[in-house]
Design a protein around this ligand. Structure first.
Ligand code: NAD
Ligand code: MG
Length: 384
């Protein structure tokens, strides 16, 4: 039996992880959870799984939660709390949203744990710092993000030397989001409802908006480069509207390996929990007795400039990816709060990136400073 700490338990990935754990009571014990604002949901999870420890973001939240869970449950607060929880178990699932997930990533790896990582923002912003703690004995970083989980599976055919010299390129698939094929005029009139209506995946609001701008795919290019140690010039994006092929690896001999399933995040979650074994439950099973159409096309870089911005940030290196991700978090929050229009989101990020001050990003303090500066610039632009 392996113990699991689930940080960000009340979100989209968190609840799907709960679903997987519910079906595997013999294999996993949930020992710790954390959450943001959804305290009654968090308490319900804690009671169902009889967890020993819970992390919350403020003393006020701790007081509310105190009356909702058993007396002997320990409630910890803030970043220090999250950090302590991420040392609690054999497997840490980081399903926290945004930059706030960084302490979980760093502390789980530093403690030599298996980190099942959904929180891509922390890896993208802090790649050099994450790299430094990945070599801690016992530390394993497994990606929950479906594309990267697919690549992880397809790389099983590689000799796995550093930098994967037998791999020509990684091919990240993108659904294209709800606005695939829309004209510039149509995009200028896109509403929040349109943007939140993803054609193939059901996800949290921030990543759903990121998928509509293709910023999610841009962030995933950076994520793939950081995870697999492959330069972004060897990471390409292919639009695949059916979201059945979750990504591909092209080898130097021309072979392309792909991982397929119906879109269901419980599959990559279960993969990351079960490795080296596969859990015996088919999430997203495909039915080949019916016709299945799979199509592929290049992304429209003109309509979706976020992708180009992400490649530029990767080439700049240092703190540029952290600026990109921070500016994007602010722009998406402003869009969700009806402060800016959909077509302005990526423009805000581009303006912040225009003012990027090169920084090699050596320490956590550097990163926190850069994150704050990029957010400050973005807030100035959106007027929040
Ligand atoms: P979500 O908004 O549904 O859930 C986020 C979770 O984090 C919630 O439990 C929330 O309470 C908690 N949280 C939010 N802000 C916090 C803060 N400041 N401090 C502590 N906890 C906080 O998000 P999600 O869609 O589940 O995504 C979580 C992460 O997984 C993101 O980084 C996202 O990019 C990544 N991801 C999500 C999906 C998906 O299908 N939803 C797929 C791939 C990757
Ligand atoms: Mg993804």
């Amino acid at each position: 039996m392996k113990s699991v700490a689930l940080l960000g338990a009340t979100g989209s990935i968190g609840l799907q992880t709960i679903d997987v754990l519910r079906r595997e009571p013999e294999a996993f014990e949930l020992v710790a959870v954390s959450g943001g604002e959804q305290l009654s949901e968090l308490a319900a999870i804690a009671r169902e799984f009889r967890v020993a420890r819970i992390g919350v973001i403020s003393d006020q939240h701790r007081e509310v939660l105190r009356d909702l869970v058993a007396r002997d449950v320990e409630i910890v607060v803030g970043d220090d709390g999250l950090t302590s929880l991420s040392r609690d178990a054999d497997i840490i699932v980081n399903a926290v949203l945004g930059f706030a997930g960084l302490p979980v990533t760093l502390s789980a790896l530093s403690a030599g744990k298996r980190l099942a990582l959904a929180n891509k923002e922390s890896l993208i912003a802090a790649a050099p710092l994450v790299d430094a703690v990945r070599s801690t004995p016992g530390a394993t970083l497994l990606p929950i993000d479906s594309e990267h989980c697919a690549i992880h599976q397809c790389l099983a055919s590689s000799s796995a030397q550093a930098g994967y010299p037998d791999v020509r390129r990684l091919l990240l698939t993108a659904s294209g989001g709800p606005f695939r094929g829309w004209s510039h005029d149509q995009l200028r009139r896109a509403t929040k409802e349109d943007a939140l209506n993803h054609p193939t995946w059901s996800m949290g609001a921030k990543i759903t908006i990121d998928s509509s701008t293709l910023m999610n795919k841009g962030l995933e290019v950076l994520e793939a480069s950081a995870l697999f140690g492959v330069g972004v010039d060897r990471v390409d994006v292919v639009v695949h509207p059916q979201s059945i092929v979750h990504s591909m690896v092209e080898y130097v001999d021309g072979s392309v390996l792909a991982q397929l399933s119906r879109p269901d995040m419980r599959l990559p979650i279960a993969y990351c929990l079960g490795l080296p074994e596969r859990l015996d439950h088919a999430w997203g099973e495909l039915d080949f007795t019916r016709a299945l159409e799979l199509t592929f096309e290049p992304p429209d870089l003109d309509a979706f400039p976020a992708l180009t911005l992400a490649y530029e940030a990767a080439r700049l290196g240092g703190a540029a990816p952290a600026w990109l991700s921070a500016a994007n978090e602010v722009a998406v929050a402003a869009f969700l709060a009806d402060r800016i229009a959909w077509h302005e989101i990526v423009g805000v990020v581009a303006r912040v990136m225009d003012g990027y001050l090169p920084d090699p990003l050596r320490t956590l303090e550097d990163l926190v400073e850069n994150d704050a500066l990029a957010r400050h610039r973005a807030h100035g632009i959106v007027g929040l």
